[in-house]
Ligand binder design. Structure first.
Ligand SMILES: [Zn+2]
Length: 530
């Protein structure tokens, strides 16, 4: 759920190899920079010695002064395998800057033949061949400007290369890779290439984006915009991959219908399914969404679908925000994460309740609940403050000067890369409405802010979030206490000759709340001291 990813060791938690399938080492490549072209953000084409050119719009960079178009040569097993099936017509291109850009740069690559195609190489390992055809001898790609390096804090944890490269390939005629010869290979959808984009949009027919690459375990399927890449025939069934494409497409359409402009663009979406990833991730380094195998194989389930929707919202944000700069700021990260959750709330009815259940008892650094922690900031590897999406939702309303932010304001801000709550007056409005937040958490409608926020079962019943103390009668005692919490929040003391008692020491930071549910038998009595 985090932007930068929770890889915990340099190589990430590696899943044990399956017992019945030996996993051969994946083919990869090493890239050696050969030529660097400095591209000013002047809206003009800058061309290198190979005939590749890049146009960078003037408004794309927040801090960096220029973009670099880097041409590299490739060595290694993947480069060798590619050169057997394809003529590699250009160097491998990366588009980088000191920080990531907003929007897109326009990359033009020379195409030697009508059959030339752009291939995308992610992390020097994953591969997709785009269906875009040459026009007047060139191929166009609207490419993201990616950061050369990631900020030191919060810890990026991204050990994988985090790179994206573009290259022009042409299938060698007469090789096993030519379309006429691959028609009988099982598992490949060889719909006529010229037709597939139109077909995909009308009938959800997806196809391989590596049908012409026969010499490795690289796999890729696409609908013409969304590219899902993985390694190994046995890892995923094509029907499972098509479900990922269908979910992604449906989520993007729902976001576009709500007014998030990037969702409705033609920009390609890269999704990598990788068994070594522990949770869904959006990488600001490569603009790639990584899915672990369990998400990929259960993508229609509530958890995987909502996590995908959250990561896709980060992709939408990345079109308008300079995300590497944002990652250094707790306030900006708070906005990007709580709006990502609120984006999901807008398109998925059960997700507001799901967020409260999922993060309602998550601690900040083991000391207090995310509820108690101050809003408008974000800790290193923060998992607890995702519940602050509830605070933002309670404060999202219309038609009143009391409203800190409206749904329209949020959509406008996401489309333009703004931070409307990084403002003392807006924050003061939210802090002035903590009583409305408490009302909602007690299962009662807010009075001044979001008066129509759904009062779902989790807030009405109230025993699935916050700290809980249960009072019951047991064979040993008339009056027995149990709690979901522990010191320092709730400290148990046993005075001489008396049953033990609880001392509630929960600290509440400014803008935080402390939901404490006291359950007596079956009834729930609740208080919100803050
Ligand atoms: Zn996130």
């Amino acid at each position: 759920m985090v932007i930068l990813g929770p890889w915990r060791s340099p190589l990430g938690p590696v899943a044990p190899p399956s017992s019945d399938q030996e996993q051969p080492a994946p083919l990869t490549m090493t890239l050696t920079p050969q030529e660097q072209t400095i591209v000013a953000p002047d809206g003009q084409p800058h061309t290198d010695s190979h005939g590749a050119s890049l146009i960078v719009p003037s408004d794309i960079l927040e801090e960096a002064a220029h973009v670099e178009l880097i041409a590299s040569s490739a060595q290694g097993t993947l480069a060798d395998a590619l050169s057997q099936d394809f003529t590699i017509e250009t160097p491998f291109y990366a588009i980088v800057a000191d920080n990531d850009g907003r929007g897109r740069a326009s990359l033009t690559l020379p195409a030697a033949s009508p059959d030339s195609r752009v291939a995308v190489v992610i992390d020097t390992t994953y591969l997709a061949i785009l269906d875009t055809q040459p026009v007047n001898g060139v191929l166009h790609v609207e490419a993201a400007v990616t950061p050369k390096t990631l900020p030191d804090t919060p810890a990026p944890g991204i050990a994988r290369d985090g790179s994206i490269h573009y290259v022009v390939l042409r299938a060698k005629s007469g090789s096993a890779a030519s379309p006429a010869d691959t028609g009988s290979i099982p598992g490949l959808n060889l719909a006529p290439r010229r037709a597939y984009a139109a077909e995909a949009s009308q009938t959800n027919t997806y196809m391989s984006c590596l049908a012409l690459f026969t010499r490795s375990s690289h796999r890729c399927r696409t609908d013409g915009r969304i590219y899902v890449m993985w390694l190994g025939e046995a890892l995923l069934e094509p029907t499972q991959v098509d479900a990922i494409i269908a979910q992604t497409s449906g989520i993007l359409k729902a976001y576009a219908d709500k007014g998030f402009t990037a969702a409705g663009s033609n920009a390609s979406i890269w999704i990598v399914v990788d068994r070594s990833v522990s949770a869904p991730q959006y990488s600001i380094r490569s603009e790639v969404i990584y899915l672990p195998l369990d998400s990929a194989t259960s993508i229609t389930g509530d958890k995987a679908r909502r996590e995908l929707a959250h990561e896709l919202f980060h992709w939408i944000q990345d079109e308008a925000y300079a995300m590497t700069a944002a990652a250094l700021s707790g306030a900006k990260t708070w906005w990007l994460e709580t709006t990502a959750e609120n984006g999901v709330f807008l398109i998925d009815n059960g997700s507001l309740e799901y967020n409260l259940k999922h993060y309602g008892q998550t601690n900040v650094s083991g000391a207090m609940l995310g509820f108690q922690a101050a809003p408008f900031t974000w800790g290193r590897n923060d998992e607890a403050r995702y519940v602050h999406a509830q605070l933002l939702k309670v404060n999202m309303c219309e038609y009143s000067t009391d409203c800190p932010i409206s749904e329209k304001d949020m959509i406008w801000a996401i489309n333009r890369g703004r931070y409307p709550l990084n403002d003392a007056a807006a924050q003061a409005k939210i802090l002035a409405h903590l009583d409305d937040y408490a009302r909602y958490l007690l299962g009662v409608a807010p009075e001044r802010t979001n008066t129509s926020i759904p009062l779902h079962e989790t807030v009405r019943v109230g025993d699935a979030f916050g700290d809980i103390i249960q009072i019951s009668r047991t064979p040993e005692s008339e009056f027995s206490l149990r709690t979901s919490s522990s010191a320092p929040q709730i400290v148990q003391e046993t005075p001489d000759g008396r049953p033990h008692e609880y001392h509630i020491n929960a600290a509440i930071e400014q803008g935080g709340v402390y939901p404490l549910q006291v359950i007596s038998g079956q009834s729930v009595q609740r208080g919100h001291p803050g």
